[in-house]
Write a protein that binds this ligand. Structure first.
Ligand code: HC1
Ligand code: SF4
Length: 561
């Protein structure tokens, strides 16, 4: 076997494409801004420089490992080089760290500390640029950009959108949308994947935390929370809880202490989606119209489809997302009580997703002109609220969601990972409701992190073809194949974010392969430990359909198109 020597450690070369991967394999953490294992190599930030035994300095991310190489990761020369880079970056970076959204989570800040930059020798002569607040999902602050290009490559390579790019050259270089248009006027779908990779706050989540604290203080408002499936397996990340552990019960408890009046589980809304979407699918199969049926719970995907592939917009399910369905039900359910109590109900969704902040503003999701979800806050925002409140999250008791929507099926919970919506719908359509059926469906090919998955099942003597895709670039490739007639399906699940909502733009960032896998496993564990595994067997769902929802299904659960 071939080896390279890193700081006197002999490290075997086992197919690694660059020296940086070997350094990390050796357990050495060297800084990078622009390296992400799933993106192309840019090699521009130069933070990962190392020195070889001949005194040559080079970037480890773009150097192919060669047998016998000897490198050092922290020589005096390397240290000085990194320090200089940080100083240069800081010289053109605004330094409002104490008031910045990313304070405490900023890679530039932590690297400045790590490499020992205590003063900046160079003057900042950059003129201040306008902050783009046009998107409901994300904020773009060019003053904080360090030109690492992570957002550019994510938007292009993972999402196939290319909304932002480098403009101008040399010292005038910037990252911006074409013609410097506000994000709201571009093809941006609000998925927030650019914010996940941004090392600073050049792209950050548009936050609504203050609005929520204000509402909680107001005695005339009944503040109701719904918690999305994927939040529970990521909210613990910032509190030292093992990755992927289900913290739903602790989060319910935290929200009650903060002053939320009622707390529900969006997985209940997902159960409603399963009921409606499977009905719609069966009807489309019978009429052979508008196939494939495309899922509609991901707003990033819905916007992408409408704008990039409008010929398929009619194929989108007419169902609102679980969030949308549930908020409409909550608003109607409390309408009467609101009158009696002289209050108004405000629904706050806690989501792994930045695009959901945009979904709630779409008029096709309104009920009789009423916006059903008032605010969306992301997992990272709720973490901030827990910290502001000073709660010892790890010490909190597990509490359950409130009645009358306190039960959510396991099928509703797995919506949070890629393939989950399909699996839940297949459970609903299966005739046999045994554990064996659950197992068989899980083996059809819908599980796992492969970008595009396919499955074929039999339904009423018909062969039904299914595709599950995540990441918009993958979705675009699939749509092209459908359009050209090269592929054909009956049911297609699309989630804009790679791996689904567990890796949404509002989740705590810095999640590597192990964290992603743990989050996915956390979702399946939440399902396996549920008392109810099929949406239609959820007693709270049955009760709702039999009484409150009767005759209102279309008004509350479908988009008004
Ligand atoms: Fe999702 Fe969904 S699974 S879209 O990823 O269908 O955000 O978690 O809440 O609405 O249930 C997000 C997650 C979420 C909806 C559900
Ligand atoms: Fe939001 Fe989930 Fe869609 Fe990502 S996959 S945009 S987190 S709904």
């Amino acid at each position: 076997m071939d080896y390279i020597t890193i700081n006197s450690i002999k490290v075997p070369i086992e197919g690694e494409k660059n020296v940086l991967s070997l350094i990390r394999k050796a357990g050495i953490d060297i800084p990078t801004f622009c390296y992400h294992s799933e993106l192309s190599i840019y090699g521009a930030c130069r933070m990962c420089v190392v020195e070889d035994d001949r005194g040559k300095i080079f970037a480890a991310c773009s150097e192919t490992p060669r047998a016998g190489m000897v490198i050092y990761t922290n020589t005096k020369k390397v240290q000085q080089y990194r320090k200089l880079i940080i100083e240069l970056l800081l010289s053109s970076h605004c330094r409002d760290c104490t008031t910045c959204q990313k304070n405490g989570m900023c890679a530039l800040q932590s690297l400045a500390y790590k490499v020992g930059v205590h003063a900046v020798r160079f003057l900042n002569n950059k003129k201040e640029e306008k902050i783009d607040m046009s998107s409901p999902s994300i904020v773009r602050d060019p003053n904080k950009c360090i030109l690492c290009g992570d957002c550019v490559r994510t938007c292009d390579e993972i999402q196939g959108l290319g909304v932002i790019d480098f403009a101008f050259r040399g010292s005038k270089m910037k990252v911006q949308p074409a013609f410097d248009k506000p994000l709201a006027e571009t093809d941006c779908v609000g998925c927030g994947q650019c914010a996940v990779v941004c090392p600073t706050a050049a792209i950050s989540i548009r936050t609504n935390v203050t609005d929520i604290w204000d509402a909680i203080e107001d005695p005339s408002i009944r503040v109701v929370a719904q918690i999305a499936p994927a939040v529970r397996v990521a909210v613990g990340d910032n509190f030292g809880i093992p990755k992927g552990e289900n913290c739903f019960g602790k989060l319910v408890s935290a929200l009650r202490i903060m002053g939320f009046d009622m707390v529900f589980d969006t997985s209940f809304g997902a159960d409603l989606t399963v009921m409606e979407e499977s009905k719609e699918f069966v009807a489309r199969l019978a009429s052979d119209e508008k196939l494939p049926l495309f899922t509609s719970c991901c707003p990033g995907w819905v916007k992408y489809c409408e704008e990039k592939y409008p010929e398929f917009a009619d194929n989108l399910s007419t169902c609102r997302s679980p969030q949308g369905m549930f908020s409409a039900v909550i608003k109607d359910y409390f309408a009467e009580k609101d009158k009696e109590d002289g209050k108004r109900t405000m629904v706050v969704s806690i989501m792994p997703c930045t695009a959901k902040k945009g979904e709630i503003l779409r008029p096709d999701n309104f009920t009789d002109g009423r916006q059903d979800t008032d605010y969306v806050i992301t997992t990272t925002e709720v973490v901030r609220m827990i910290k502001q409140m000073g709660l010892q999250f790890t010490e909190l008791e597990n509490e359950s969601a409130d009645a009358p929507f306190s039960v959510a099926s396991g099928a509703g919970k797995i919506f949070g990972t890629t393939g989950g919506v399909t699996e839940a719908v297949l459970r609903r359509l299966a005739e046999d409701k045994s554990y064996n059926t659950i197992r068989e469906i899980s083996y059809t090919g819908v599980r796992g992190f492969e970008g595009t998955k396919e499955a074929t099942i039999e339904l009423d003597g018909r062969e039904v073809k299914i595709a599950v895709v995540h990441g918009l670039a993958n979705a675009g490739r699939l749509l092209d194949r459908i359009r050209s007639g090269e592929a054909s399906y009956d049911f297609v699940e699309v989630m804009a974010c790679r791996r689904g909502c567990i890796m949404g733009g509002g989740q705590p960032s810095g999640a590597g392969p192990r964290t992603r896998r743990s989050r996915m496993e956390g979702m399946y564990n939440a399902d396996a430990s549920s008392n109810v595994r099929f949406s239609e067997e959820n007693p709270a769902v049955r009760q709702l359909y039999d009484h409150f929802l009767a005759g209102k299904e279309h008004r509350l659960l479908h988009r008004n198109l």
